[in-house]
Design a protein around this ligand. Structure first.
Ligand SMILES: Cc1cc2nc3c(=O)[nH]c(=O)nc-3n(C[C@H](O)[C@H](O)[C@H](O)COP(=O)(O)OP(=O)(O)OC[C@H]3O[C@@H](n4cnc5c(N)ncnc54)[C@H](O)[C@@H]3O)c2cc1C
Length: 367
């Protein structure tokens, strides 16, 4: 049997694509290497499933390639799309979550209509185009293929090489939203402690990025949402970086001086701040506002939420997401060289790009 569409990968993008294919009455299947679909989707938003962010737009991504798709598939579109599938959503600080605050509800909703079309434990190892038809692993035939294999974040492996025989170019994946491995001199006893801070990223002493939010201290470095955001800059442009934390950004330096340090910071943090103040010859007040941690590297790929890199977007049409090299071949989600900031932007791209690609399949298909 020849399908209208074969979707490779049943992650966020592949499952949204399947729902779109279903609603358009296409003959399609989804091929998924893992025993179950949507594994990474379940991990998103600390298991709550952060679908998108109402403050959407291309400025939250590494590339303008996203512009057309995000202008059409706005955050409001994504919210209505999911509510149309039966999922009540809710807003928490600009982030959109399922009302249940459980990513498993999102997965269940996406699987409801498409479950029968998903073949799990099925790794695509070969994609060919023979006489105008795509042939997958010598056994599945289709007019069109949508490539939704994601990145190697967490798993360490990816499937981009499947498209090399077609001439597609690849930027190797590098961990993007990921903890930072740092010097540990001033992190003694801090592992597991979370603080709200203003985190500034300094490259050779010059500020290149700033983010307010949670910082989590770890044995070998720092993590948390604010740090994830900074890690993206380092991945895109490796260099000599230091993170400067303002540990009391809602209090002026002068006002800090009115209090003992233990009245401003927790005891373990105060001890490290005092140590750095002594070593650097700066006041404790200054050090609270500018606690410096030298970055050694971005963390391991297995701890990354997202990767930068992927299929070069220059080889794809930004309106249709069809390959410029192979007619009928489309790509969506993280497999493309698109990465967004923390806060729902990567799932938004996965859903929006996948729905868009299926909606752009040639007219008449599935009729
Ligand atoms: C811990 C964690 C938390 C995150 N939190 C958020 C968040 O809060 N908000 C947000 O926006 N984003 C978040 N992300 C990122 C988000 O999950 C991804 O950007 C998104 O899942 C990408 O969707 P995708 O469909 O492109 O790829 P994936 O979801 O990775 O799906 C790809 C699928 O393709 C399958 N596959 C790969 N190769 C093959 C092959 N050869 N044959 C068959 N199948 C194949 C894989 O098994 C996988 O199921 C988080 C990620 C992680 C790891």
């Amino acid at each position: 049997m020849t399908h209208d569409l074969i979707i490779i990968g049943a992650g966020a993008a592949g499952l949204a694509a399947a729902n779109e294919a279903e609603s358009r009455g296409l003959h399609y299947i989804v091929l998924e290497a893992a025993p179950k679909p949507g594994k990474k989707l379940l991990a998103t938003g600390n298991g709550k499933g952060n679908l998108c962010n109402i403050e959407g737009g291309k400025r939250f991504y590494n590339t303008d390639f996203v512009e057309y798709v995000l202008n059409v598939y706005t955050p409001q579109y994504i919210i209505h799309y999911f509510e149309g599938l039966g999922l009540k959503t809710k807003l928490m600080d600009k982030r959109v979550y399922p009302h249940t605050e459980s990513s498993s509800t999102v997965l269940d909703i996406l699987l409801k209509n498409a479950y029968d079309k998903i073949i799990t434990n099925y790794r695509v190892k070969k994609i060919e185009k023979v006489d105008g038809l795509f042939v997958i692993n010598d056994e599945h035939y289709s007019e069109n293929v949508l490539f939704c294999t994601g990145s190697n974040a967490t798993s360490g492996s990816d499937s981009l090489s499947l498209l090399l025989p077609f001439g597609h170019r690849i930027k190797p994946f590098a961990p993007a939203l990921v903890p930072l491995v740092t010097e540990i001199r001033y992190l003694k006893g801090l592992s597991g402690i979370r603080v709200k801070a203003r985190a500034r990223l300094l490259e050779s002493g010059r500020e290149v990025a700033q983010q307010d939010g949670e910082v989590l201290f770890k044995d070998n470095g720092i993590s948390g949402i604010a740090v994830f955001m900074l890690s993206t800059y380092i991945s895109r442009s490796p260099g000599d970086y230091t993170v400067s934390l303002d540990l009391a950004y809602d209090i002026t330096e002068q006002h800090i001086a009115d209090f003992p340090i233990e009245g401003i910071l927790r005891r373990e943090l105060a001890a490290n701040v005092l140590k750095q103040a002594k070593d650097s010859g700066r006041s404790k007040e200054r050090t609270i506002k500018d606690f410096r941690i030298k970055v050694l590297s971005v963390g391991d790929i297995k701890h990354a939420q997202v990767c930068t890199g992927g299929l070069l977007t220059e080889d794809f049409n930004k309106i249709t997401l069809e390959s410029k090299l192979v007619k009928g071949l489309y790509a969506a989600g993280e497999a493309l060289n698109v990465d967004g900031e923390c806060g729902g932007y990567n799932l938004h791209w996965a859903f929006a790009s996948a729905i868009n690609a299926v909606s752009k399949l040639p007219l008449g298909i599935g009729q």
